[in-house]
Write a protein that binds this ligand. Structure first.
Ligand code: MG
Ligand code: ZN
Length: 220
């Protein structure tokens, strides 16, 4: 019988992530790994993001879900470079899945200027797996409550941007934006925080401008 420790398997993931980062670098692709709970608004925000950026840039998406291609269908109007991964139960994406797509199944993803990954809806283990992304983004919707960053700190600690979503619902839920900002700053002082609403469009422009600035930086 063979027994493997999860930490050693994660070591293998690190190697795959480094390979991905190298390939993406060679092709000048900015890869954005989006994480957050089921229902936090990842796909809705992606719709609004693609709508705004697709006239200017070549965009691609890797959609992660346990089952269905519903989210990929929603994003189809904005890009033809879209791949759905169905994990059939696995609760996070790993670097070798992405590597396999980039080098074997869907190398045309590398023609994109920005490649978005919508990770599996899950606030726990996606944060443990580097996919080789340039930037990680973690979403927190106001409907999830103030306690989530304190209870699930890793997803907010290991990220470059925190998007506080569904701002249009702030008046209807028990969520204190100031408190959330303070908690998030304690967990991760380096991350930028963007409060926004995909529904009203509030804050979406600021988020998109930030992505554009990352792309410019990468090209230098
Ligand atoms: Mg989704
Ligand atoms: Zn998992």
């Amino acid at each position: 019988m063979r027994v493997y420790l999860a930490k050693n398997l994660r070591e293998a993931n690190k190697n795959s992530a480094a390979d991905n980062r190298k390939i993406l670098g060679e092709h000048g692709v900015l890869m954005v790994n989006m994480m957050g709970s089921p229902g936090c608004g990842k796909t809705s925000l992606l719709e609004e993001t693609l709508k705004r950026l697709s006239p200017k840039y070549r965009l691609a998406v890797i959609e992660g879900d346990l089952y269905t291609a519903e989210d990929a269908q929603r994003l189809k109007p904005w890009t033809s470079e879209i791949v759905q991964i169905n994990t059939e139960g696995a609760c996070h994406l790993e670097a070798n899945y992405i590597g396999h797509l980039l080098t074997q199944n869907s190398p045309s993803l590398l023609d994109a200027e920005i490649l978005f990954i919508e990770n599996i809806g899950n606030l726990v283990c996606p944060a443990e797996f580097d996919l080789g992304e340039d930037i990680r983004v973690t979403l927190l919707s106001v409907t999830e409550g103030n306690d989530k960053p304190r209870k699930y700190p890793l997803a907010f600690k290991e990220t470059g941007a925190i998007l506080i979503t569904k701002l249009d619902l702030l008046d209807y839920v028990n969520f204190n934006l100031e408190r959330a900002t303070l908690d998030l700053k304690i967990i991760n002082e380096r991350s930028v925080i963007f409060p926004l609403s995909a529904k009203t469009g509030e804050g979406v422009e600021t988020w998109c401008n930030w992505l554009e600035s990352l792309l410019k930086k990468k090209r230098k």
